[in-house]
Each structure stands twice: as C-alpha cells, then as structure tokens.
Ligand binder design. Structure first.
Ligand code: ADP
Ligand code: MG
Length: 290
C-alpha cells in the first residue's frame, strides 16, 4: 500500500489534473447557538464544534466511502462540499476541486456544474412535478430544452427507467425508481464529482447493490464519488477507500482491502467497526462502534 498526503492509496486509483478531483483539508464546522435551559434574555451564545479539522480526498476514478454513526455530522460534510451553509454555521478549512482552491461562492457555482449531490431523502423530489421534467430541469441559458430532454432520455434508458416513468409523479414511483431518478438528476449536468448522502436506506439489498453499482460505473468512467453511509458492509463492496469518521473528524482513511483484517487497521474505532460486521459474529473487540 502506497501512502501519500496522509492517506493510503487504492492501487487502482488514477491521478489526473489536480491529482485529487476533490480534496478537503482541515474542515471545521461549528454552530453559534444560544445556551439551553437559561431564560432567553440571559442566554449567552456559544459555539459548538461538530466537524473538527477533517481531511478527506477523492481521486479520479475512485469511490471514497465516509462511514460513521448517525448524527455524527456526515451530512454537514456533504453540505460543506456543495457550498450549502446554514446561517448560524462557522466554516473553516480548504476545499479543492480539480486542483483549484474554492471559496463559498465558487462552491455554490460548482453545485450542479461539476459537483452534484444525491440527497439523503427521496422527499427532495418535487411532489407536484412529473419526474421527467424535474430531471430535465428548468430553462438553461446555454442548452435548449430539446437537448436536455434527449440527455434525460438517454440517462433514463441507461438506468432502466422507461419513458412512461418520465410522465409519473414522485408518489407513483417505487423507492428504487425514485432513487434512480435522483441519480439521474445528479448525472444530468455531467459532474466530475458526485456526493451521495446515504443513497441506500429504504432500498432492498438488490436495489441498494444496483444503486451503488451505478456510482461505481460513474467512477470507472472518470468521475469521483464521496459516498456517505453508515452501512459499512455495502461501502466495502463498492468503494476503493474508506474514511472512518468519528467525533467530527476522519480518524483513518484506508484502502478497502485493509478491512480484510483488524490487524491492517490503525485506529481503534476502525477495528471496532470491523468487529461489529455481521460476518465477524458481532464480537466487540476495541469498544463499541456507535
Ligand atoms: N443549523 C444547525 N445548528 C446547530 N446544529 C446543527 C445544525 N445543523 C446540524 N447540526 C448538528 O450537527 C449534527 C450532525 O448532523 P448530520 O450532519 O445530519 O449527521 P449525520 O448525517 O452523520 O447523521 C447534528 O447532531 C445536529 O445537532
Ligand atoms: Mg446524514
């Protein structure tokens, strides 16, 4: 295993352009909040740190899975990469896209034009709009509607969605179809990076494997994927590297192959995750994972 930039490498990952298609360095996200249990006129504002100097990188052709407990701040990482910041958030750190250092404005411009999100909830589809139109999007300055429609048709065909689906409303779709529609939305603008935030809950195993297979195809064709999940078993099936996330930071970024044995994992929390995998009989070795 080759180590560089503080992480171990998947042997298959390629290096092009800026070497990393996405790189997050020393990302911290905190929130200014009023103290609880104090009458409001006496409450002081305090700062809570949820993400603490997090480092993560994605190479061209690679899926990097971010695994960690629910509520630990994984969606905040996705939001930061997409330039989505809550008004009470303070964000520090550096984010590079294709070798270029970004700021809040440029990240916002990249959203849907370089970096696309597969959101955590299928409820993010508009319930009142037919899904074909939703995937095609609204008027684009540089592309006619006919062109976007043709592109949407191609994506639907590729992801096994018939043209009849385009005329349906979200409530008429199965969970798996809705998930695929969200993947098509993300692919519509030809991104270099897809951030997929928990794309599998609610899917049966077959559909979950297929959804992740779609992300695998995207990566194999030269994209980069940040796959956020608490399902480490599925992550190990599809990812090249795993970033183990605990207490607001990545405690270990390691090749999937190192999950073959706890001896190859460096951090106690990574070993705890290994021991908690069902095929390891739920032994708890290095402490509880959650
Ligand atoms: N606008 C906000 N103000 C204060 N705290 C927030 C805000 N948004 C998120 N948080 C906190 O950040 C934590 C992490 O949330 P999230 O990123 O959704 O976790 P995960 O995706 O890992 O389940 C939550 O526990 C929540 O309390
Ligand atoms: Mg989340």
């Amino acid at each position: 295993m080759q180590a560089h930039h503080h992480h171990t490498h998947a042997p298959v990952s390629r290096h092009e352009h800026g070497h990393h298609v996405l790189q997050v360095e020393d990302l911290s996200v905190g929130f200014r909040m009023y103290e609880e249990d104090v009458p409001y006129f006496r409450a002081k504002q305090r700062e809570t740190e949820v993400i603490d100097r997090l480092n993560i990188s994605v190479h061209v052709g690679e899926i990097v899975a971010v695994v960690g407990a629910s509520g630990s701040g994984k969606t905040l990482v996705a939001d930061a990469v997409l330039g989505l910041f809550e008004p009470n958030a303070t964000v520090h750190g550096r984010i590079w896209f294709d070798g270029e250092l970004q700021d809040a404005d440029s990240l916002q411009k990249l959203r849907g034009h370089g970096i696309s999100l597969v959101p955590q909830s299928v409820n993010s589809l508009d319930p009142l709009m037919k899904v074909g139109r939703q995937v095609e999007g609204f008027a684009h300055p540089d592309e006619s509607h006919a062109v976007r429609r043709r592109r949407r048709e191609k994506l639907f065909a590729r992801y096994g969605l018939s043209e009849a689906v385009a005329g349906m409303y979200p409530f008429e779709l199965s969970g798996g179809m809705a998930r695929r529609v969200l993947v098509c939305c993300a692919l519509m603008d030809d991104p270099r990076v897809i951030v997929a935030d928990e794309p599998t809950p609610g899917l049966d195993l077959e559909l979950a494997v297929r959804a992740l297979g779609d992300l695998r195809t995207f990566a194999d064709e030269g994209g980069g994927v940040l796959l956020i999940t608490h399902d480490i078993e599925l992550a190990l099936q599809v990812a090249d590297r795993v970033a183990v996330f605990e207490n607001g930071t990545v405690v270990e970024e390691t090749a999937v192959a190192n999950f073959a044995s706890p001896d190859l994992l460096e951090h106690p929390f990574s070993r705890a995750l290994w021991h908690a995998l069902p095929e390891h009989d739920f032994q708890t070795g290095g402490g509880s994972p959650c």
